[in-house]
Design a protein around this ligand. Structure first.
Ligand SMILES: C[S@@+](CC[C@H](N)C(=O)[O-])C[C@H]1O[C@@H](n2cnc3c(N)ncnc32)[C@H](O)[C@@H]1O
Length: 470
């Protein structure tokens, strides 16, 4: 995710943390309210261009009470989900913006408006807690402004909310993204935009090496966590409401993992059983963009006989650690390596692969409901840059595939520039590449693959294309 506006911490601030003589003074961590945590998350995204996940790792440590964490996330995610409308209401409430732009002030009012418009928090509590928040973050001068703006929204909110808004504001999307959705999906763009505003379900994948789904669902229900089976994946479970993953019975033992149902469908497209039965040898599989290891783990969980020899790459150092942690928790084995998929000369041992998975880096336009910050951090020209990267990865890996082998290309994007267009361009001058049609009861056929639109069967937006080599 792009980090455009990040500014390094000033040396002034860094030196203030030291006592006389340059020794670090011990500071007791200050308790921050949920709202202050939400404010910190939002400032990271809106002012510093950091991703919400990175910011969550920074601010929401394990010592924070689960309820406080949940409220902080609700406020930050909700505000980002509805940012355009909240901003539009703010400018109606305060037509004369303060002369000096102040990110803190905007964020504070947005948090207040979000509570008033989209939560059941009583209005008086939403106003009072936001005014207190100004004090807590060291901006007491903002209290009067916030109080006036929020009180006016309490009085006039209904009529303000009825006013006509441009479609991109009404649907809380940046104009360029809504335009692209409309171009690619003339009939579905509005339902995709609505799905992007919804909360995604918490979906799990069971580890087939342990128990069946019914047994796991029973165990979850006994622990007071109601769940049901997924519609399209044979190994998926959807929780009725989200639950801290570490507390799920069986999670630490590797019986289940968090993975959206759309991502669980990848395994069925690899046609593994077919080569298993045929060759009797260990099959060579490359997962070229593997971290944090969702698809790699699913693949290995399905390999009870140990017939798969998996090389899992990722370009990110930290990401490889996440991948290793996933495999360790699940007791699975693969060769993992931090490397650039575009440079096989640096890591390939010349043994061709039966299968290659390219779960490509992409805009994430299919997972906006899980990561609403994507809408505001991505820019229109990121999409073309992504498409170039996706094409470079495919070009570099194709020579590594055995004749008769299969390459699975996947993105969590709903934009054709990263999906059909990438595959079209890739096979254009390539006589040895053929697209295999994907027959499936889910998603819809596109020119070069199969697309799940966000929210269909309550899944993330995903694209799959399968290519075979002559
Ligand atoms: C969509 S994620 C992969 C998700 C993963 N397959 C899973 O199922 O959990 C894309 C990954 O590609 C990695 N990546 C980006 N550019 C890469 C490159 N040139 N070579 C290898 N990995 C790359 C990113 O670090 C990121 O972890």
């Amino acid at each position: 995710m792009s980090r455009r506006t990040a500014s390094p911490p000033s040396s002034h601030r860094a030196s203030k943390a030291k006592g006389r003589g340059g020794f670090k003074r011990r500071q007791t961590p200050k308790h921050r309210s949920s709202r202050a945590l939400a404010h910190a998350l939002l400032m990271d995204v809106l002012e510093k261009g950091r991703s919400l996940s990175a910011s969550r790792d920074r601010h929401l440590d394990k010592n924070i009470e689960p309820r406080e964490r949940a409220l902080a996330q609700e406020l930050a995610f909700g505000t980002l989900r509805h940012l355009s409308r909240l901003d539009a209401w703010l400018s109606q409430l305060v037509p004369q913006r303060p002369r000096k732009r102040d990110g803190d002030l905007r964020t504070l009012v947005l948090i207040g408006l979000y509570q008033l418009a989209f939560t059941r928090i009583p209005a008086h509590a939403a106003v009072a807690s936001t005014v207190d928040l100004a004090q807590e973050i060291g901006k007491p001068w903002a209290a009067g402004f916030i109080n006036a703006a929020l009180r006016r929204f309490v009085r006039e909110g209904e009529s303000i909310r009825r006013r006509d808004l441009a479609p991109h504001i009404r649907l809380d999307h940046p104009p360029w993204l809504l335009e692209r959705l409309r171009e690619d999906w003339p009939l579905e763009w509005e339902s995709i935009a609505h799905a992007n505003l919804a909360r995604a379900p918490m979906t799990l994948r069971i580890n087939r090496r342990f128990d069946g789904r019914d047994r796991i669902i029973d165990d979850l229900e006994k622990a007071g966590i109601p769940a049901r089976v997924t519609r399209r994946s044979a190994v998926g479970i959807v929780l009725e409401s989200p639950h801290p993953v570490e507390d799920l019975p069986g999670f630490a033992q590797g019986r289940l993992s968090v993975q959206d149902e759309a991502a669980q469908l990848a395994l069925g497209l690899l046609d593994i059983d077919h080569i298993c039965a045929k060759s009797g040898e260990r099959m060579q599989i490359l997962d070229a963009c593997a971290a944090p290891g969702g698809k790699a783990a699913h693949l290995l969980e399905s390999d009870a006989q140990g017939t798969i020899d998996l090389l899992a790459l990722d370009i990110g150092d930290m990401r490889i650690r996440e991948l290793d942690a996933t495999l360790t928790r699940l007791g699975l084995k693969a060769r993992t390596r931090c490397a650039d998929a575009r440079r096989p000369d640096e890591w390939w041992d010349r043994k061709p692969f039966d299968r290659i998975i390219v779960d490509a880096p992409c805009s994430g336009s299919g997972v906006i409901r899980r990561h609403p910050d994507i809408k505001w951090l991505r820019r229109a020209d990121d999409i073309e840059a992504m498409a170039r990267l996706q094409n470079e990865i495919l070009q570099a890996l194709w020579p590594l595939l055995k004749p008769g082998g299969r390459l699975l290309y996947a993105t969590c994007s709903v934009l054709s520039a990263e999906n059909d267009a990438v595959i079209r361009r890739f096979i254009e001058h390539r006589d040895d590449a053929k697209v295999l049609p994907i027959e499936a009861p889910w998603g819809r056929a596109t020119e070069k693959g199969r697309q799940i639109l966000t929210g269909e069967d309550d899944m993330d937006g995903f694209f799959y294309s399968t290519l075979t080599k002559a």
